[in-house]
Structures are given as structure tokens and as C-alpha cells.
Design a binder for this molecule. Sequence first.
Ligand code: FMN
Length: 359
Amino acid sequence: MSALFNLHDYEQAARERLSQMAYEYYAGGAEDEMTLRENRAIYERFKLAPRMLRAVAERDASTTLLGQPLKAPLLIAPMAFMKMAHPEGELAVARAAAARGLGMIVSTMATYAFDEITAAAPGGLRWFQLYAFKDRGLTRALVENAEAAGHKAVALTVDMPVLGRREADLRNQFGLPEGVIIKNIANLLSADQQSKAGGVLAYRSSERNDNLSWEDIDWLRSITRMPVLVKGILRADDARLAVEHGVAGVIVSNHGGRQLDGAVSTLEALPAIADAVGDQVALLVDGGIRRGTDWLKAMALGAHAVLLGRPALWGLAVNGEAGVGHVLDLLLAEFDMALALCGCHDVSEITRDLIFGMT
Ligand SMILES: Cc1cc2nc3c(=O)[nH]c(=O)nc-3n(C[C@H](O)[C@H](O)[C@H](O)COP(=O)(O)O)c2cc1C
């Protein structure tokens, strides 16, 4: 593990440790993976125009999001099935994030129970990511359990009315390994429902609500005290509609290129959305962030914070909590260096004019 100097190194090391089925499930995107590639490629096209001679010896990346403090504007993105990467799964990720004052969004597809995750890292800032089910009773119970376990916001994922076509998973006949279950859903199902072949996994695709509309945001807001965010917005008019429906935040995301192939990259979609709603709600972005400079570019184009996806899984696969921690430390150090090299003392100084050609 001596040669792990950046997040790309972690992907290679994780690839060597994971089964082909698990690696390709985590790494892959939909169909031709155009959007997956574009999420990364766009970061090479936006160039930085750094400010000089700004006496940057003192720097502070801390911020607040929805009134909640963060040591730096980053949360771990919600990702399914973490136990497939490491036996400690979500527990290890929660501990690594909390130890650094960063946030974590716990997936509906988590493989540990809410209470177990809370017990592992009691002080950590966590939000809950919701996939809505056709059964509103089940959906509501999930949200209530998440709130009771201390989650401070709920992000409804809206970019998955149907599952994107991930051909690697079809080739590998993807299935959950023994002992990996969707814990918080399993806990709400009857023994009979659970015991049906592949019961819990089947629940995921066939029972997910493929008929969500803006009214469901109103419903979600009516059943919880947690602030509601929408995850998976790529257009300014949708962001405005989300604000009209009372959301507290918008997450610009294309699901890491795993849903609609050919969808716009998130960094490209971000500025128009920031112009439309950036001063009214918390604005986050994810997809392809692998370097501190990527993180800074996303903030310059209007994000208040970013989500880190796959690299957290690579750290987890390589070395559990310590691996996730090292991934986060590498990225935090790069972000701090990017602040210094761009002449910024804190995140409020990361403005759009730091992107070359933009004012
Ligand atoms: C393996 C994997 C599982 C994911 N599971 C979920 C999920 O359960 N819910 C969700 O809203 N997004 C899910 N996502 C999407 C991520 O939250 C996020 O949008 C995306 O991974 C960010 O891109 P990045 O991986 O390039 O950083 C998943 C992504 C991956 C790679």
C-alpha cells in the first residue's frame, strides 16, 4: 500500500482486491458510459485562473450547510451495498467521515441498520438518501426510522424511475454475496416477504416507485421534519420547480453516469442551476470529483459543497476505515493546496472568476 498517492491509485489497488463482479458494479456506468467519461473529461476542459500574492498562510476550508457545520464542504455520496467492499461497510465509512468532520449520505440500499451506523460514529453528520417505494407506508417507515436514528436531512433521488442499463452487471449476472442484505428495508419486511427467493433485492427494483412526480416532494415534506433535498437534477427549470416545492437543497447529479447515458456532465450543468437557485437553497454537485482542484472548480461554478462517490468505495475495499480515511485525507490536502495556489483563504473566496474565461 506504499504507492497510494492519489485517488486514482486507490482505484487500481481496489480493483486488485475486489471480485470482477463487485469492481465492475462499483466502477461501471450505463450503456456506452459516455456520461461516466464526460463527468471526468469536463474537469480537464475548465481551466483555473488563480489569484497571486494573497498572503495565504492561513486557510480554513470549514463551512456550514443547512445550518450544519462541516470541516470542509464534502459529504460521502450515497452508495449501495458497501459491505460488498469490506465487512465493516457503512460503519467504516461513517467513522472515517465523522473523524474528519465531513458528512455522509446513507443510502436506502445500505447494508447496515441506521442504528448500527449511528452507534459506530455518533457525532457524525449524516443525511439519508431515499428511494421512494410504491408502498407509501414502507417509504414513510424508512424515513421515520432514518429521522429517529439522527439523520439531519433527507435527499430524494429522482433520477431512477427505472434502473439504467449497466451491461457489465448483466454480463456478470450481478447478485448480492451471501450475508449482504439491504438492512433497513429488510427490517421493515415480514419474515415471509424476506424469505422469498432474493426477496429484499427483488423489492428494490420491482417495488420502487416509477411514477414519482413533484407532488411526491410535497408528500415527503409533509411526513418529516428533516429538510428535503432532491438528488439528480440537471436542468435550471427543474431546480426552480424544486425550489417552488419547498426543497432545502438541490444535488446536481447524473448518478455517476449510471442512469441516462448521454446525459450532460454535472460540471457543465452546474452554472445555469447555480444562477437559477444558488442563492435560495443548498446546492451540491457530484460526479467525477477525484482531485482537490476538481472540488475547487465545482465550488467556483456555484456548488456550496460536493459529494464524493466511488473513491470512498476504493478506500473501503483497500483498507476499511483507514483506507477511506486516507482517501479523504489525500483529497483534503489537495483541496487545501488548491485553495493556497488559487489565492483563497476560505470557501467564500472560491468565486466563478477563478475559472478562466468566466466572470
Ligand atoms: C456503486 C454505486 C452505488 C450507488 N448507489 C446509490 C444509491 O444507492 N443512491 C443514490 O442516490 N445514488 C447512488 N449512487 C450514485 C452516487 O450517489 C453519486 O451520485 C455518484 O457516484 C457520484 O459520482 P462519482 O462516483 O463519480 O463520484 C451510486 C453510485 C455508485 C458508484
